[in-house]
Design a protein around this ligand. Structure first.
Ligand code: C5P
Length: 330
């Protein structure tokens, strides 16, 4: 089996949570969730090219990122190699994986999960493996709760521990919002810590039966947020149950939300995932850019980095012609 091309590039988009509802605790120790996730055009780039000695090697010059075997990219490569070995593909060509890291780390934007999804997509192509999308989804869900969404991307309802994806009915993708995203570069939040705090605070009120979970899923499918995404009504207040536990303990969350909410034309603002990144939605990308002009100085003075983003209709994807083509600004 030979490599498919001398070089290829995979785009790995960040996500935000338009809705994150913690329903209860599952027998496997994970939380049962009801979420709406949205891909953004803020993305890492993963370049793949042949490696002379048959190894899979990760290169990334980001100071905060390990390029060792604990990195989710190398774990994804290993999982795909193991899958290939089970199918009888013993000798796979080596690959150099070069990560251009643009999504902030430890931010609740699924940067690591999206890199893992991009690795599965990229190496499946590079190694020309007959692994269908359902099998790839299966491998993705073993790597992390958000990795299946990062494979598919766009606007999705995400249930279970996050890996059960549903395309929302009647929603035109991608939504036309402009997104102003901010993150304090020195603050990271550990996802297990945030869920642990949530359990301490709210565990007594967790739902536990499948019929209760399904009722909440149905409420989300038929609720005001989905109606807003179908352009039937204005955006309701955004909900993130982890925000309620992270905000009192991570000072930059309250500061950042206050700044975002002070911008003209803001439709809603919330934390993404387990934080501490924060986002505000505007009717158009131009309105988000105007908001950044308005509050940018105060945002920078409070120590935040800021990005103006658009919503994306897909998750990880191969760039045509090995990545030399237009489509992604370097
Ligand atoms: O699946 P992932 O590796 O992203 O999860 C990281 C941690 O976040 C888990 O070990 C768990 O502590 C917490 N988590 C959870 N319920 C979920 C997803 C994540 O409790 N649905």
């Amino acid at each position: 089996m030979g490599a498919a091309s001398t070089q290829l590039t995979v785009v790995a988009p960040a996500k935000i949570n338009l809705h994150l509802e913690v329903l209860g605790l599952r027998p496997d120790g994970f939380h049962e969730l009801a979420m709406v996730m949205q891909s953004l055009d803020l993305a890492d780039l993963l370049r793949i090219r042949p490696h002379a000695d048959g190894a899979v090697e990760l290169r990334c010059d980001h100071a905060d990122l390990s390029v060792g075997n604990d990195n989710l990219i190398l774990r994804a490569a290993r999982v795909l190699r193991d899958w290939a070995a089970r199918q009888g593909f013993a000798q796979l060509p080596g690959a150099v994986l070069e990560l251009d890291k643009r999504i902030p780390i430890g931010a609740g934007l699924a940067g690591g999960s999206s890199d893992a999804a991009a690795t599965l997509i990229g190496l499946r192509h590079f190694w020309q493996l007959p692994c269908d999308d359902a099998e790839l989804h299966q491998l993705a869900s073993g790597l992390g709760s958000d990795v299946p969404f990062c494979l598919e991307g766009g606007t999705r309802l995400c249930f279970g521990r996050g890996e059960r994806l549903e395309a929302p009915e009647g929603v035109l993708e991608p939504p036309g919002f402009g997104v102003l995203l901010i993150k304090h570069p020195e603050v990271q939040v550990s996802t297990p810590w945030a869920y642990g705090r949530c359990r301490e605070h709210r565990g007594d009120f967790y739902l536990s039966s499948e019929s209760d979970f399904e009722q909440r899923r149905q409420a989300l499918r038929q609720g005001a947020l989905l109606a807003a995404l179908r352009a039937e009504r204005p955006l309701p207040p955004l909900r993130n149950d982890l925000q309620a536990v992270v905000e009192p303990e991570v000072a930059c969350v309250a500061t950042g939300l206050r700044l975002l909410r002070s911008a003209d034309g803001v439709l809603g603002a919330a934390m993404s995932g387990s934080g501490p990144s924060l986002f505000a939605l505007f009717a158009t990308p131009a309105a988000a850019a105007a908001a950044l002009d308005q509050v940018g100085e105060a945002v920078a003075a409070a120590g935040f980095e800021a990005w103006c983003c658009r919503c994306e209709a897909s998750g990880g994807r191969l760039l045509p012609h090995g990545g030399q083509a237009e489509g992604v600004s370097e």
